[in-house]
Design a protein around this ligand. Structure first.
Ligand code: CS2
Ligand code: MG
Length: 408
């Protein structure tokens, strides 16, 4: 069996999805997702200029060797751009493998460990009252877990993932449009004084059963993060996400030494080498590496197995920037992983997105039920794809009130 050609498509409804389609001499094809939010043309170029020419003629069944070929063969290892490109190839090869075997990918990993996988929704509000309405909306919809973010009184600009205006909070998505980054202003003191009580109010209002998650989005120093994690202990969060940047991983120890609040990290990681020490030292509770820029299924399976040895559960990134293809790769891993925790969920549901990526993965009452179709169970409609083209976007930058650049 041989790979005969491969093509990259960039675009989608409101998002620049980077979709890879690998064709074989037996008519079977595989699909992968290389979307790297706001840097989408780079993994696309990496695929087109360097990887696809080398792929032609390879045996698609040898996904392990192909992964090693590109990873070791590049000489310059890791990095989100390269790992997104290898990840897309890897997903497409698992998709082909499943289609040849006539089995859904989860069966190739070891079969289902659960009927459905719990997901969490994003509730947000311009202020706490607005956020409460948003949480209520998702609870009414059957969600068992909700991430909560809200505006902070007196904060100079809306903080991470929070709308400026009240009332639009159940469909709110960060607007990344425009090549020049928008500038947000951040005040750590105001956040640290306000947010713990806001979280306590949400717990009080919704009771003990709702899983409440909160994303700090790398905004605190390790000492501040330790103090915050300790402060919110009575709220019994499902997790506190990215409480500090993970560049200095030893700093994570400080948070552990001071609190028992569960910590989730890893949405910006792209290798097992970014998280092996955090896992082995049991400094985190959930690992969030995405199939897309984490090197695909082959790499994520290794991370899952290592995590399982250290009581770390999965909580894969599922921001809307991931296409339904990489979300499906994660659904298959979620269905199998003995140490599955939760899945972030936003991507599916719009009619335009479903038309571009037809599938029958089912989301019901806050649970995802993976499709039983062979492979990843997602298709790609090329005629739909002609409706979309690339449009440049950018992550905002964050400054403190005196102008110092901070972490988005
Ligand atoms: C986030 C993301 O989903 C999350 O938890 O932190 O929304 C993140 O801001 C984006 O993926 C950035 O591209
Ligand atoms: Mg996050």
């Amino acid at each position: 069996m041989k790979i005969t050609s491969a093509q990259v498509f960039v675009g989608g409804p409101g998002k620049n999805y980077v979709t890879l389609k690998i064709m074989t001499d037996q008519g079977v094809y595989g699909l992968g997702d290389a979307t790297l939010n706001n840097r989408e043309t780079l993994p696309a170029a990496y695929l087109q200029d360097y990887l696809i020419p080398a792929l032609i003629g390879m045996d698609p069944r040898r996904s392990e060797d192909i992964w090693q070929f590109f990873y070791r063969g590049a000489y310059f290892r890791r990095g989100p751009i390269a790992m997104a490109a290898y990840g897309a190839i890897d997903m497409a090869l698992w998709d082909i493998k499943g289609k040849i075997a006539g089995l859904p990918c989860y069966d190739l990993f070891g079969g289902k460990s659960r009927n459905g996988a719990m997901v969490y929704a994003h509730a947000t509000g311009a202020d706490l009252e607005d956020l409460m309405d948003s949480v209520q909306h998702f609870v009414d919809d059957g969600y068992k877990a909700v991430r909560v973010q809200c505006g902070i009184p007196g904060m100079p600009s809306a903080s991470y993932a929070v709308p400026e205006e009240k009332g639009s909070s159940t469909e709110y998505m960060t607007n990344f449009s425009g090549i020049r980054p928008k500038v947000e202003t951040w005040d750590t003191g105001k956040y640290m004084r306000y947010m713990p009580q806001a979280l306590a109010d949400i717990r009080e209002r919704f009771g003990p059963d709702l899983h409440i998650l909160h994303d700090v989005h790398h905004r605190l120093t390790p000492r501040e993060a330790a103090a915050f994690a300790k402060d919110v202990e009575p709220v019994d969060l499902y997790w506190l996400e990215d409480p500090t940047v993970a560049d200095d991983q030893d700093a994570l120890k400080l948070i552990r030494q001071h609190s028992t609040t569960p910590i989730a990290i890893g949405e910006v990681f792209n290798s097992i080498w970014d998280c092996n020490k955090l896992i082995e030292n049991e400094l985190i509770d959930f690992i969030r590496v995405a199939a897309t820029y984490g090197g695909g299924i082959t790499q994520l399976k290794r991370i899952i197995d290592l995590a399982g040895l250290h009581h770390v559960r999965t909580g894969f990134h599922g921001a809307p920037s991931h296409s339904p293809i990489s979300m499906a790769a994660q659904y298959h891993l979620n269905a199998w992983a003995p140490n599955f925790g939760i899945q972030e969920y936003l991507v599916l549901g719009t009619p335009e997105c479903d038309a571009l990526f037809p599938h029958d993965h089912l989301m019901e009452n806050g649970m995802v039920y993976v499709s039983d179709a062979p492979g990843l169970g997602v298709d790609f409609d090329e005629s739909e794809a002609t409706k979309y083209s690339y449009s440049a976007g950018s992550h905002p930058v964050v400054r403190l009130q005196d102008g110092t650049l901070w972490n988005y």
